[in-house]
Structures are given as structure tokens and as C-alpha cells.
Design a protein around this ligand. Sequence first.
Ligand SMILES: Cc1cc2nc3c(=O)[nH]c(=O)nc-3n(C[C@H](O)[C@H](O)[C@H](O)COP(=O)(O)O)c2cc1C
Ligand SMILES: *[C@@H]1O[C@H](CO)[C@@H](O)[C@H](O)[C@H]1NC(C)=O
Ligand SMILES: *[C@@H]1O[C@H](CO)[C@@H](O)[C@H](O)[C@H]1NC(C)=O
Ligand SMILES: *[C@@H]1O[C@H](CO)[C@@H](O)[C@H](O)[C@H]1NC(C)=O
Ligand SMILES: *[C@@H]1O[C@H](CO)[C@@H](O)[C@H](O)[C@H]1NC(C)=O
Ligand SMILES: *[C@@H]1O[C@H](CO)[C@@H](O)[C@H](O)[C@H]1NC(C)=O
Ligand SMILES: *[C@@H]1O[C@H](CO)[C@@H](O)[C@H](O)[C@H]1NC(C)=O
Ligand SMILES: *[C@@H]1O[C@H](CO)[C@@H](O)[C@H](O)[C@H]1NC(C)=O
Length: 441
Amino acid sequence: MHLHAAGFHHVLRKQAPHRTPVFARRLTTSSSSSLSSARTAVYATLFAASAGLFAVYYYDARSAMHRYVLTPALRHTFDAETGHKIAVKVLRSGLGPRDPVQDDERLRSELWGNELSNPVGLAAGFDKDGEAIDGILNLGFSWVEIGSVTPKPQPGNPKPRVFHLPDDEALINRYGFPSQGSASVLSRLRARIPTFHEAKDNTTAALKPRSVLAINLGKNKTSPVESPDDFVNGVKTFGTYADVLVINVSSPNTPGLRGLQNRELLEDLLASVTKARDELEPSPITARRPRLVLKIAPDLEESQIVDIADLIRNSSIDGVIVSNTTISRPASLRDPNKSEMGGLSGAPLKPRTLQVLKTLRAHLPSSIPLIGCGGIRTGADALEYGRAGASLIQVYTSFGYDGVGTCRRIKDELESLLREENTTWKAVVDDSVKKLSWTGS
Ligand SMILES: Cc1cc2nc3c(=O)[nH]c(=O)nc-3n(C[C@H](O)[C@H](O)[C@H](O)COP(=O)(O)O)c2cc1C
Ligand SMILES: *[C@@H]1O[C@H](CO)[C@@H](O)[C@H](O)[C@H]1NC(C)=O
Ligand SMILES: *[C@@H]1O[C@H](CO)[C@@H](O)[C@H](O)[C@H]1NC(C)=O
Ligand SMILES: *[C@@H]1O[C@H](CO)[C@@H](O)[C@H](O)[C@H]1NC(C)=O
Ligand SMILES: *[C@@H]1O[C@H](CO)[C@@H](O)[C@H](O)[C@H]1NC(C)=O
Ligand SMILES: *[C@@H]1O[C@H](CO)[C@@H](O)[C@H](O)[C@H]1NC(C)=O
Ligand SMILES: *[C@@H]1O[C@H](CO)[C@@H](O)[C@H](O)[C@H]1NC(C)=O
Ligand SMILES: *[C@@H]1O[C@H](CO)[C@@H](O)[C@H](O)[C@H]1NC(C)=O
């Protein structure tokens, strides 16, 4: 590949006069050395058509090229799972595109008193094995969540297990949590830490200021449903390497948390994981213990949400992600693939998730932030979540459909909406959280 030399600099001058020489140098020098890792990727050949195209791809994640040409090309050329794998591979290679723009002050967000440069995160399930953390951070996400990571390696369900529903801007997946297992993910996380790392003020496990690395913990398929052991092991294994650990309490198949037994199980789970966390030594990377965040399903009745909130209030859980995929199938679905088994994500999930978020917000104090996730594709969607009391948002499905520029585009749209109203993300969130949160005793 001799694409980088002339074409790069040409486009650099023409399209990105504001870019710093350091950045250019880093990109050009790293290309030849790490290119071999991606050489085999079929994906790369898609960009090789012309040097100009390749350079646009490199320099600006916002390029319409991604949304309208490359990502659809990938989607039509490969099945859903192969497209996903290739995307991870390219982001892992260090050759992925970058978000070249510094986040506007209006996007500044806050979680637990720590500042984040913007409110847009990538949800769990994209980088299941922690291979592309830095490539994803380079796309402009402030929160990268890897996993779900299971204790032992497991293959997940037979293929096909991911289905496109383009007519509905949705996906159905029944991956069944394929994971390389915690040992392998752990060694990758260790290798990422510089040898002479020194924890300074505000250092994050993401190793990038004003950003968060979250690790989503899973269970072995063979583990007993009711046992918190896998999660406890996960907390002990990954506590040092994460800013946030995410515990899955998505339990779509066991409704009736109202039942005494389920309540006790959840109480036991929360007590076990918070105890394991509190017993950790502060991380030498961040000089603190990780935050513990629950991730819940959208398929909960109001009474169940109230019960979960009760238990959370009486625990030291730090936050909640709302939500995982849904097992329901809204009547609005049109795509022929709608009857596939699995969890539905994307646009059809949004109304349901927003509803759960509002209910939960009303039953949790403002000190416990909520992270909104479900069908977010535009800046307006993000703002809707902010107004419903979410401090941060996450995307998955829209990232799959629109490609690497998704984060930058959502941020740009959100910024202009906030500007129109002469307000900031933080002001919107502070206001809604204050208005909508639980204030009982
Ligand atoms: C293909 C796929 C794989 C996913 N894998 C996981 C996972 O391993 N762990 C998890 O907690 N959530 C997983 N999710 C759920 C997402 O993190 C997110 O909660 C959900 O997709 C809703 O967001 P969205 O509408 O923006 O996609 C997965 C979603 C998809 C589509
Ligand atoms: C750390 O973060 C806090 C709050 O965001 C900020 O006030 C402080 O200046 C930061 N410290 C450093 C060293 O960046
Ligand atoms: C259903 O999903 C499969 C697998 O992703 C895909 O090959 C097929 O084209 C989809 N069918 C329709 C009608 O979208
Ligand atoms: C999440 O929880 C549900 C229900 O408790 C369980 O079926 C599922 O396997 C869990 N997922 C992971 C990755 O552990
Ligand atoms: C998960 O699987 C591993 C390996 O099979 C086992 O050591 C561990 O005990 C399992 N966890 C539970 C809770 O059974
Ligand atoms: C709150 O949690 C403590 C232990 O963490 C437990 O002893 C107590 O019974 C709980 N209270 C309620 C009302 O659930
Ligand atoms: C999420 O929901 C799906 C079904 O919608 C379920 O299979 C899975 O266990 C849940 N948990 C996680 C962590 O994805
Ligand atoms: C915008 O907001 C700032 C600070 O809240 C205020 O000082 C200013 O007057 C506002 N401008 C307009 C046009 O509303």
C-alpha cells in the first residue's frame, strides 16, 4: 500500500488546514509499520480505490463517505457479523479514522463530579474483547464500554445470530455472549498500560483525560443463574483496569421480581458485588476504586422498576444504564426479519427505554446518574434523553448503520441544538435531573 504518501498530504492541505503537524506525523509514520496487521483485512481494499478516498477516510471520521458509501457497502457486501468483525479489526489496527475536532464546551458532561468532554458513549457488545479501545476513543466517544466479558471463553450461539432490520432501523441479535474470556481480555488491558505509568490527578483507566473505560461483566453460560460468583470474580479481576464496571441485571425471562425470591436474589447480587468492590485496593492507574453501574432490561413493569430502585437506594451502586435490548416486538416493525429470536435494538426501542428511564429517574435520587441507551441516532434523540434525566447516552445500533462518523455527527447535531437554545448539555441535565429525581426519604 503506497497510498499514504502523496495523497495524504494533498488532502491534508486541502481539507484540513487546521490540523497540527504532530497529528500528521503520527499518522504517516505509524501507517507503514502497523499496516501489515490490517493488510489482510478485506475492508482495507475497499479504501484502496484511490488515494484521495483513502485519505478522506483517514482524516475525518465525519466524512459522509462513511455514512453513505462505506458503511452501506460493508453492510451489503458482508453478513452482519463479518461486517462487525472487520470494523473491530480496522479500529484495532491503529489505522482507523479519527474525530479531528475538539469537543465544544457546550457538550461538557459530568459523572460523579468528574468531567467528560461530551455525553456520547459506545455501548457494550461492539468491542466484546477489548481489542479496539483506543481506536474507539479516537472516534470521539467519551465512554467506551467493552464486553460483556465472561470468566471463561465461550463461543456464543450458532450463526447466524445477528439480523439487520433496515426498514426499522433496528437489529436483532442472539449472540449469546461469545467472549475470549477474562484472562485474555485482562492481558490485553495490561499491555495497554505504559510501563512507567504514574497515577496523576484525574487519570482515567481510559488513559485519556475526560473519558471513561467501562467493562461490562458477564456470566458463563454454564453458571447458575442465581449465583453472583462470576460477577464477583469479574469485579476482582477487572477492578484495577476500569473506571466503571457494569453488572447485567437484564433478566427478561424472569419477570416477577416482585416475588420474594427474586428480590432476595437481586439484593444478594448487589450486596456481593459492592462488597467485592469496596474490598479492592485503589487502582494504581486511577488511584481509586471503580464505580459500579447496573444495566437493566427495558422489559420491566413499573412495579419491577420501583423494586429495583428500592434496592439500589439501599446499596452503594453508583449508577444505572437504561437499557439493554428488548425481547418484545413492537407492532410497528415491518422488516421480514422481525420474527427472528433475540434482543431487538435500535429505533423501535427508544419509546420503551425512555419510559423506563423516566420511571427509574423518579425513584432514584439525583446522586445516582442514569445513562440512556436505546435507539439513539441523532442529536435530537440524545437531547430527548437528556431532558428525560439521562446524564450520558450510549449508542450501538446507529453506529452499526451509520459508521465511524456517528459519534461526531451526533455531537455536532446536539451542539447546534444546544446553541439554538443558548444552553449547554450540563444545564439541560442538571435541570431535568433536579426536576425528575426522587426526593423522598
Ligand atoms: C449485536 C449486539 C450485541 C450486543 N452485545 C451486548 C453485550 O455483550 N452486553 C451488553 O450488555 N449489551 C449488549 N448489547 C446491547 C447494547 O449494548 C445496547 O444496550 C442496545 O443495543 C440498545 O442500544 P441501541 O439501540 O443504541 O443499539 C448488544 C447489542 C447488539 C445490537
Ligand atoms: C480534575 O478535575 C476537576 C473536576 O473536573 C478539576 O476541577 C481539576 O482541575 C482537575 N485537575 C487536574 C489536575 O486536571
Ligand atoms: C435477514 O438477516 C439476514 C442476516 O443478517 C440477512 O442476510 C438478510 O438479508 C435479512 N433479510 C432481510 C429481508 O433483511
Ligand atoms: C444477563 O442476565 C440475564 C438474566 O439474568 C442472563 O440470562 C444473561 O446470560 C446475562 N448475560 C451475561 C452476559 O451474563
Ligand atoms: C464459570 O465457569 C468457570 C469455568 O467453567 C468456573 O470456574 C466458574 O465457577 C463458573 N462460575 C460459576 C458461578 O459457576
Ligand atoms: C439495606 O441493606 C442492609 C445491608 O446492606 C440490610 O441489612 C437492610 O435490611 C436493607 N434495608 C432494606 C429496607 O432493604
Ligand atoms: C440483554 O437482553 C437480551 C434479550 O433481550 C438477553 O438475552 C441478555 O441476556 C441481556 N443481557 C445482556 C448483558 O445483554
Ligand atoms: C445566553 O446565556 C447566557 C448565560 O446563561 C446569558 O448571559 C446570555 O444573556 C444568553 N443570551 C441570550 C441571547 O439569551
